[in-house]
Design a protein around this ligand. Structure first.
Ligand code: PMT
Length: 223
C-alpha cells in the first residue's frame, strides 16, 4: 500500500536555519522556522522510511519516530550530513544554510565603542552541491528559496547541484516560505517536467513530495 511504500528505505532530511556565531552571545541567522523540513521528516516516517532529521535550532518538537541530530552551524550540518550520506537512499535538503560565516569568532562578547564595525565573511561549503557530486544511487532533493525569477533561478540550482527533484518556493508570496504553516511550491525535474501546486499546508506539500520520491525510487506500488 501507499502508506508504507518507503519501508526499508533510509532517509535524511535537513531543516531549520543555521546560526553562524560572532561571539558567545550573537550569531548571523535567517528566518527559517524548520516547519517545512520537519513536515518532510514526518511524511517520510509515515511512509515507512527510517528517517534522520539533521536540524538547526528550532522551537519544534521532533516528529514521532524520527531520530534527530541537532546542529548549529553550516559546518556542523555539513559534517552530520556527509557522515550519513553513504548509507542513505533519500536526502531532502530543506534547511536554509548560511552561505557565509564570520571569518573569526570573538572569544568574549564584543563591546560597543560607538564606531562603525566591519564583519568579514568567508564562504561556507555548499552541502547540497557536494552531495550532488558524490551521488551514486541516492535520490537527492533540493529546495530553492527565491525572491525573484523563481523558475529560472530554481532551474539553474537544480542542474548545478545535480538533484533529482527541486522544490521551488517564492518566499515573498503571502502564505509561502519562511515561518508560514503553508507553502506555495513547484516541483522541477531534470527532464523539464514541472508540477505547480496551489497554496497548501507544509504537511500536504511534504506528502506530495514523498509521493514523487516513491516514484523516483521506482519500487513502490502505484494505485
Ligand atoms: O523552515 P520554514 O520556516 O518552514 O521555511 C521553509 C523554507 C523557506 C526554509 C524552505 O521551503 C526552503 O526553501 N528551504 C531552502 C532554503 C535555502 O537555503 O535555499 P537556497 O536557494 O539558498 O539553497 C538551495 C539549496 O541548497 C537548498 O536545498 C539548501 O539546503 C542547499 N544549500 C544552500 C547553501 C549551502 N551552503 N548548502 C546547501 O546545502
Amino acid at each position: 500500500s501507499k502508506s508504507d511504500c518507503l519501508k526499508g528505505k533510509r532517509a535524511l532530511v535537513t531543516a531549520g536555519g543555521t546560526q553562524e556565531p560572532l561571539d558567545p552571545v550573537r550569531y548571523l541567522g535567517n528566518r527559517s522556522s524548520g516547519r517545512m523540513g520537519y513536515a518532510v521528516a514526518q511524511a517520510l516516517q509515515e511512509a515507512g522510511a527510517e528517517t534522520i532529521l539533521v536540524s538547526a535550532p528550532t522551537d519544534l518538537p521532533t516528529p514521532h519516530g524520527v531520530s534527530r541530530v541537532s546542529v548549529q552551524t553550516a559546518l556542523e550540518m555539513y559534517d552530520a550530513v556527509l557522515a550519513n550520506f553513504p548509507n542513505m537512499d533519500v536526502i531532502v535538503k530543506a534547511a536554509a544554510v548560511a552561505d557565509y560565516r564570520p571569518a573569526s569568532q570573538s572569544e568574549q562578547k564584543i563591546k560597543k565603542d560607538g564606531t562603525n564595525r566591519m564583519i568579514e565573511l568567508v564562504p561556507n561549503p555548499d552541502i547540497l552541491a557536494e552531495l550532488g557530486r558524490r551521488k551514486t544511487s541516492q535520490v537527492l532533493i533540493g529546495f530553492a528559496a527565491e525572491t525573484e525569477n523563481l523558475l529560472a533561478n530554481a532551474q539553474e540550482k537544480m542542474h548545478r547541484k545535480n538533484v533529482n527533484l527541486l522544490v521551488a518556493n517564492d518566499v515573498t508570496k503571502p502564505g509561502a516560505g519562511f515561518g508560514s504553516p503553508t507553502n506555495i511550491v513547484s516541483f522541477l525535474f531534470p527532464d523539464g517536467r514541472r508540477i505547480d501546486f496551489p497554496k497548501m499546508s507544509k504537511l500536504e506539500v511534504a506528502r506530495n513530495l514523498v509521493g514523487e520520491i516513491a516514484n523516483l525510487l521506482g519500487d513502490c506500488n502505484k494505485g
